[in-house]
Design a binder for this molecule. Structure first.
Ligand SMILES: [Zn+2]
Length: 258
């Protein structure tokens, strides 16, 4: 058993991590699928890191049910940021406290642009049990907030500690392993320098595992899990055509707002 696998096993004994939705950067000539990771942490409370979007709502519900969980079992929804692919299922977790970065609550948007539709979403959050945080706050016995702006105004990550093991849920501050290596996320909606600083901040924690926004978990040494992405299309005779794909060729980071 390698060190990483052993760490995951230790985690399973004391607290549980479940990848409810697997994240990947799936882009094509038809646009992006926005497949963001949704991970459940079972510490002294059930914390869901991000919630995905409408397109994967059925799968989210199915995968929760397969783990004997209903939406009402989620105590805390931790939104790494307000981009649509990470937060649009927040409404189904009606009992949960919602955690969001302070600057994200004030300045973040669903689309990363001045879209004019985010205000409605913020209004919704105001009518929920929403807490804004700016780094250092405890979320459960073993987890706390890391402030990681840059990708968006108030992006936050979550640090989970178990003995000497450190796990970071990095959202799109580090969306994939390429971003860790390059030191820059794929997309920047707020500030390039802050985005770079946030990656350094996470690196300096020396996490044993990073659960990113759009990739399987990894660390500085490599991937801890490998996922296969399969895309289905339905033919006119009701049969399915499917294609399985590996990792995309690296693309240059895109800066929207500097
Ligand atoms: Zn994303």
């Amino acid at each position: 058993m390698n060190i990483s696998a052993r760490i995951i096993n230790i985690m399973v004994i004391l607290m549980k991590l479940i990848r409810i939705l697997k994240g990947a950067g799936i882009f094509g000539n038809y646009g992006t699928m926005g497949a963001a990771s949704v991970t459940l942490i079972q510490d002294d409370k059930n914390i869901l890191v991000d919630t995905g979007h409408f397109g994967n709502r059925d799968l989210l519900l199915k995968n929760l049910a397969e783990n004997d969980l209903s939406t009402s079992d989620i105590d805390t929804v931790f939104l790494t940021h307000m981009n649509w692919d990470h937060c649009l299922n927040v409404d189904i977790f009606k009992n949960a406290e919602i955690i969001i970065g302070k600057d994200e609550y004030e300045l973040g948007t669903l689309t990363g642009s001045n879209d004019g539709i985010t205000e409605k979403f913020k209004e919704y959050l105001k009518n929920r049990n929403t807490t804004s945080v700016s780094g250092g706050e405890k979320i459960s016995s073993n987890s706390s907030v890391i402030y990681t702006p840059g990708h968006t105004h108030g992006h936050i990550s979550l640090l989970l500690k178990n003995g000497n093991s450190k796990i970071v849920f990095s959202g799109d501050a580090i969306p994939n392993r390429r971003a860790l290596i390059r030191g820059v996320p794929d997309l920047i909606f707020y500030n390039l320098e802050k985005a770079k600083e946030s990656i350094i901040k996470i690196k300096n924690i020396h996490p044993d595992i990073i659960f990113p926004g759009h990739d399987p978990p990894f660390n500085e040494n490599g991937y801890i899990e490998n996922d296969k992405v399969t895309i289905f299309m339905r033919n006119e005779d009701e049969t399915d055509f499917s294609v399985s794909i590996g990792k995309d060729i690296a693309s240059k980071p895109v800066i929207y707002n500097e």
